[in-house]
Design a protein around this ligand. Sequence first.
Ligand code: NAP
Length: 248
Amino acid sequence: MKLLEGKNVIITGASRGIGKGIAQVFAEHGANVAFTYSSSEAPALALEKELTAKGVKAKAYKSNAASFEASEQLVANVLEDFDGIDVLINNAGITKDNLLMRMGEEDFDSVIEINLKSVFNMTKAVQRTLLKQRKGSIINMSSVVGVKGNAGQTNYAASKAGMIGFTKSVALELGSRNIRCNAIAPGFIETEMTEKLDEKVVEGWRNAIPLKRGGAPEDVANACVFLASDLSAYITGQVLNVDGGMLT
Ligand code: NAP
């Protein structure tokens, strides 16, 4: 059953990893997909082709989610290319891990700007459109690390915890207009982001997961389908853990 037939979605950071998985699964559910990338042009254009071949409208945009002006311009461009926006998925994110003792100011600031400020930028940019149509679903890609913290990730954990506060506040502000805002807290999902981790750390994470495996981008994408679709019409302001039971 196609759950997102004809819906228009914007996904930030979909050239690879979880964002790409979301774009693929959304297209299979009949959604038209506008998505961004930062520098991976060739993979982004290949994905645009792949999605279009599934019979939906798809377009890749190079856009820096950390920039307020670029986010406004992106949404204006998407509105010209697509006939509206139903779903926003704030997925773009980076890590710059280090112990606090060794973390430079630049590494703190850039993670906050790309992971958290981007959510403000994009939500502000789509807000008017969603308010006018009196419906919409916003999904913010947080992390279990934003809920429980993680040594060596003060910058990342702060950005992901900030996303949860932002999500709940937007849900309170926009609920009366039928605009829902939820967060997903993925656990250990195997992508290029987690490839950077030390194998010993990865083994530790896997052992701590009740389902005894890392997640795949599709695991997160399926949760996004639920939160984007009318199946979750009465759910807002929530954090959905997609973590194999890690936080249980
Ligand atoms: P990834 O494989 O590193 O992919 C990151 C994506 O974000 C890429 O498409 C990248 O584009 C894009 N991006 C980076 N900086 C950007 C910017 N300034 N503007 C626009 N796009 C930008 O990461 P992932 O593992 O798929 O993670 C996706 C999201 O899930 C992130 O928010 C991450 O924090 C969150 N998450 C991941 C895990 C996990 O275990 N993997 C767990 C919890 C939460 P380019 O390819 O052009 O660089």
